[in-house]
Each structure stands twice: as structure tokens, then as C-alpha cells.
Design a protein around this ligand. Structure first.
Ligand SMILES: Cc1cc2nc3c(=O)[nH]c(=O)nc-3n(C[C@H](O)[C@H](O)[C@H](O)COP(=O)(O)OP(=O)(O)OC[C@H]3O[C@@H](n4cnc5c(N)ncnc54)[C@H](O)[C@@H]3O)c2cc1C
Length: 344
């Protein structure tokens, strides 16, 4: 067990900003996890588990505790019949490689989430989703260390409190569970339409009429590579704001003023507005903000990019400019998707 002291957290966020972790250690297995938690206890240090940092923005003050970097690896096919297969994947595995592994087995269910950066263990935290699919559609159960009761537990899908880009791990039980593995049930049948609008458009434009997990994965990867910056090369956290939900009256009032507004109905009878459209229409597509060193990505205004920002406060200042303009124009308050840590 190697515990490092005063480690820069910028390398542990794809936005590449933030102060230091007082302590940081890699975790390779369940035993190490327990040992590290036990080590932190007498010092009363807060403990957090992270993956690749693709959904984290660290504060400039850093984290006055122990950061555990998840390296718990392994995956296995647990069971299969004619219709489905059950896979167990440990939480330190790369999410996209896991999707590729499942697709190679001709399994359907998570191909829409191809190329989402990060680890398997973080996927349940915000119920990762893309192109009309989300993790909760396929997750059977997960295994976690419950730091409140000091025991390993299994949580079934319905116990995870999943909703759009959220779960109990991000809300009521934030920081309580360290996710060790997930178990997925995937189908042996091919994906069926209706597909997400932009995905269907891509499939039509490219003359792809045979829908398999492989063709869908390839299409999603191509769309994403053309639209989103690669976090290995460009510092960013993907979509910076979630799509706001408003009642239909408000949506219709906005549509009367902005006929090209992009939105779609939710299952509870309200309307979700495309946050990217709001940010772009507010004049922030491909904007470079010299005072803060921040920018929005030219192909997708929803992605905030760190060009030469030095502090997280620079990023937050730029975010505030966007929030202000969007609220002024549309009377809609955008919610940030990546977590600002530590929470205060
Ligand atoms: C270019 C880009 C595109 C993206 N596109 C999408 C997208 O289409 N859809 C989408 O949903 N997200 C997207 N994201 C966000 C991000 O990829 C996901 O949220 C991903 O699941 C984060 O994985 P991570 O390993 O980097 O988690 P981290 O950022 O390291 O952690 C995120 C949160 O999960 C917690 N956590 C991490 N691992 C564990 C664990 N094992 N147990 C308990 N808690 C844990 C952390 O404490 C933190 O609170 C995108 C990000 C980028 C940079």
C-alpha cells in the first residue's frame, strides 16, 4: 500500500484544474480498500473514491483527505441462455473497453454509451447515458463497500435510486458507497428503432440499415469523435450542463419566441430542453474567453474547454457568464453536470 502526500489533483480531472490531495493512493482490490479506509479512520480523514476524473472538477483548495484511485480490475461472463448474458465487471475497468467487450460478444444494451470516458465504477454514480440509452436499462446489481456500516453489500437495480444522470450515489448517499463491481444483463437480440434522432440521421445518411450492437457502436463512436473533444488531448469534462426540464406552458412560450428551440417530451408530461441549444443560442458556441482561459468547443457549445485557465475559479467565472446570459434570455437556470469537489 503506497500512500502519497500532497498530490496535485489536476492530473485526476480531465479538466486539469484543482489543488492538492492531502493523501492519495491506488486501490487494487477489496482488501486494500479496507486497509486504506482503516488507515484514514484514526485521523478522521474524509475518504473519496474516484476513477478517471472525467466528471470531476476539483476546487483550488484541493481535498483535505484521502483520495482513492480505483484500479480494481477484472471481468467475467457469469451466465447465458438463448436470450441474454450476464456479465460481471470490476469497477476499475475502462468503461468504453467494457462496451467494446460486450459488443464483440454480440450483446445489446450498452452500445449507445460507447466512448463515454471513465471507469465502470463511476457509471452508476451518474447513471451514465447517451443516445437514448442509460446504464440503468442494463444493470442487474452492483457490489459496493458501505462505508457507513463498514461492510460489503449488494444493491439491486431498484435500490440504486437511478434517474436521469443521477442515482443515490450522487444524491442522498453521496460518498457512502465505494462501488466494487457491476453486473449487467444484456440481450442477444439486435437493437431496434426508434433510435435517438441524431443517431437515426447518421444511420440513414450512411445507408446503414442492419442494426447490430456493432453497427450502432461504430456509428456512436463516429458521431462522438466528430462532435466532442478527446479528453486525452483537450482538457474538458464533456457536457458541462444537464438538459433542463420545464413545464409544457413554459416550453410553448419559449417556442413562440424561438421557433427552432430543441426539446422533447419527458415521461412525466414535461419538456426537456437541449442545454446545448440554450448555450449556443445565448452566443457561446466556439467562444474563447481570454480573461479566464476558458472556451466552448466549436462543434458542441455544451462542452467547456480549459485552454489556459490556471485555477478552478477561472472556470467557475466563465460558467457564471454562461449561466447569467441563459437565465437572462430564457429564464432557465442550467445545472452543472460534472461534480465540483469537495462539496461544501
Ligand atoms: C468528453 C467527455 C464526454 C462525456 N460524455 C458523457 C456522456 O455521453 N454521458 C455521460 O453520462 N457522461 C459523460 N461524460 C462524463 C463521464 O465520462 C462519466 O460521468 C463517467 O462515468 C465518469 O467516470 P470516471 O471514472 O472518470 O469518474 P470520476 O470522474 O473519477 O468520478 C465521478 C464521480 O463518481 C464517483 N466515483 C467514481 N468511481 C467510484 C466508485 N468506484 N465508487 C463510488 N463512487 C465512485 C467519484 O467520487 C465522483 O463523485 C463525459 C465526459 C467527457 C470528458
Amino acid at each position: 500500500m503506497k500512500i502519497e502526500e500532497n498530490v496535485s489533483l489536476a492530473a485526476h480531472s480531465t479538466m486539469r484544474l484543482g489543488g492538492n490531495a492531502r493523501y492519495l493512493a491506488d486501490v487494487n482490490n477489496q482488501q486494500e480498500l479496507q486497509e486504506l479506509i482503516a488507515w484514514a479512520k484514526p485521523y478522521n480523514l474524509p475518504v473519496i473514491m474516484i476513477g478517471r476524473g472525467s466528471n470531476i472538477i476539483w476546487r483550488d483548495e484541493g481535498f483535505n483527505g484521502l483520495v482513492l484511485v480505483n484500479k480494481i480490475m477484472g471481468k467475467a461472463l457469469l451466465a447465458e441462455d438463448n436470450h441474454s448474458a450476464t456479465l460481471k465487471i470490476f469497477s476499475g475497468e475502462n468503461w468504453d473497453k467494457t462496451v467494446g467487450w460486450a459488443v464483440d460478444k454480440k450483446l445489446t444494451g450498452i452500445e449507445y454509451m460507447s466512448l463515454v470516458p471513465g471507469t465502470v465504477g463511476a457509471a452508476p454514480v451518474q447513471n451514465v447515458g447517451a443516445y437514448g440509452g442509460e446504464l440503468s436499462d442494463s444493470l442487474l446489481e452492483l457490489e459496493a463497500y458501505d462505508n457507513q456500516f463498514g461492510a460489503f453489500v449488494k444493491l439491486q437495480n431498484h435500490e440504486c435510486g437511478f434517474s436521469y444522470r443521477s442515482s443515490r450515489f450522487k444524491t442522498t448517499d453521496r460518498g457512502r458507497f465505494f462501488i466494487i463491481s457491476i453486473t449487467l444483463t444484456l440481450r442477444k437480440t439486435d437493437p431496434v428503432p426508434p433510435f435517438y434522432e441524431s443517431l437515426q440521421r447518421y444511420l440513414d445518411e450512411h445507408g446503414i440499415h442492419k442494426y447490430t450492437p456493432k453497427t450502432i457502436r461504430k456509428a456512436v463512436i463516429d458521431i462522438r469523435q466528430n462532435k466532442l473533444p478527446d479528453p486525452e488531448k483537450v482538457a474538458n469534462n464533456g457536457s458541462f450542463f444537464t438538459n433542463p426540464v420545464v413545464d409544457t406552458a413554459k416550453f410553448e412560450a419559449l417556442r413562440a419566441k424561438y421557433p427552432d428551440i430543441k426539446g422533447w417530451p419527458t415521461s412525466d408530461g414535461r419538456m426537456k430542453i437541449a442545454a446545448g441549444w440554450l448555450v449556443e443560442t445565448a452566443g457561446f458556441k466556439g467562444v474563447r474567453d481570454e480573461p479566464t482561459g476558458m472556451a466552448t468547443w466549436p462543434a458542441q457549445a455544451l462542452v467547456l474547454v480549459n485552454e489556459h485557465a490556471r485555477r478552478t475559479t477561472d472556470l467557475l467565472e466563465f460558467k457564471q457568464k454562461i449561466l447569467f446570459k441563459v437565465e437572462e434570455l430564457f429564464d432557465v437556470i442550467l445545472e452543472q453536470e460534472p461534480e465540483l469537489l469537495p462539496q461544501i
